[in-house]
Design a protein around this ligand. Structure first.
Ligand code: SF4
Length: 326
């Protein structure tokens, strides 16, 4: 697409038009990258304003996962013992950490578990943990407990005060079988649809840099639009030692920025969130913030965020003109 075609498409999106897959593919292939990134930023500005959300993530230790996600250090196919490196402070330690981050401006926290889903007994335990954290902090909580059933999500809705539910679809339908064979995408879609129907703010997304094509990423973005995901997490593969992707080559900066911008064209109103792998793109963070992103995990997801990271992150986001939503 040339400059005029990108501008024309952007103007249509600003007026409510939903771009087609074919248009997204042509957009991603443009040589007018500055125009693409600038236009994506304008779309973000029109539909999301200057507000920026910071999130942090806390793992609940529910044991090594039985699934075979190729990118994940907790999976059944990794050679390393991830839990040996995990935070062992337990819920009380996490509450203290959440309070510290909250005092610095982070108001959103995702509590996640391993496994495809949770049984009812484990869900009861997690509901207790969510309520304990909620009663001792003043923050927004999101749960990421895998493919819960409709009845289980209803329990979560009725027995806690959490407003958000997270479930990643990871990649396109075409590429996903290369990434995970033990969880069906249809179960993930159903979980997101059920969470949405129960009134949860839904967060989903995936990983780029697994070996998928730009068209796969576009298909993932189109699916997330169809699922009406309120927030989209975009992870960049961190090749963990011991995982099948440990020697995988990193995506180019241009491909990463183009992906972010095209996601914004396809999902104008979604919160587009930097997730795992931010440390790999330090050099282009500012450009990414000018290409349609408006949310971020703070710190790095492998371990819980450190205070120093937060100060630097807040400065970066505010210097780019964002207002941190508290
Ligand atoms: S289901 Fe989650 S924890 Fe388990 S292997 Fe996949 S990404 Fe890792």
């Amino acid at each position: 697409m040339n400059f005029a075609q990108i501008k024309d498409l952007k103007d249509k999106v600003l007026n409510g038009y939903k771009i087609t897959r074919d248009e997204a593919v042509r957009l991603a292939g443009t040589e007018n990258l500055e125009s693409l990134y600038y236009s994506a930023n304008q779309i973000r500005s029109k539909f999301c304003g200057a507000y920026f959300e910071m999130w942090s993530v806390y793992h609940q230790n529910t044991g090594r996962c039985e699934n075979d996600c190729t990118f994940c250090p907790m999976s059944s196919v990794t050679r390393v013992n991830y839990y040996a490196t995990c935070d062992t402070t337990g819920v009380e330690g996490q509450i203290e950490s959440i309070r510290n981050l909250s005092a610095k401006g982070v108001k959103n926290f995702e509590i996640d578990t391993t496994h495809r889903t949770l049984n009812d007994e484990k869900l009861t335990e997690m509901i207790g943990i969510l309520n304990t954290i909620q009663s001792k902090t003043n923050v927004n909580l999101c749960a990421s407990f895998g493919c819960l059933s409709f009845e289980q999500l209803k329990r979560l809705k009725n027995e806690t005060k959490i407003k958000a539910y997270h479930c990643n679809i990871e990649s396109s339908e075409n590429y996903y079988p290369n990434t995970c064979t033990t969880i069906s995408l249809s179960d993930k879609y159903e979980t997101i649809r059920n969470a949405k129907s129960l009134g949860f703010y839904t967060c989903s997304g995936g990983i780029i840099g697994l070996g998928e094509t730009m068209e796969d990423r576009i298909d993932m973005a189109m699916k997330l639009r169809e699922l009406k995901a309120d927030a989209i997490s975009l992870n960049i593969l961190l090749p963990f030692p011991g995982t099948p992707l440990e020697k995988h080559a990193r995506l180019s900066n241009q491909e990463i920025l183009t992906t972010f911008a095209v996601f914004r064209f396809i999902n104008p109103k979604a919160q587009l969130r930097f997730a795992r792998g931010r440390t790999l793109i330090k050099i282009i963070e500012k450009e990414a913030l000018r290409s349609g992103m408006n949310s971020s995990i703070v710190g790095e997801l492998v371990v819980n965020a450190k205070d120093a990271d937060i100060d630097n992150d807040i400065k970066l986001f505010e210097d780019e003109g964002f207002i941190i939503r508290k």
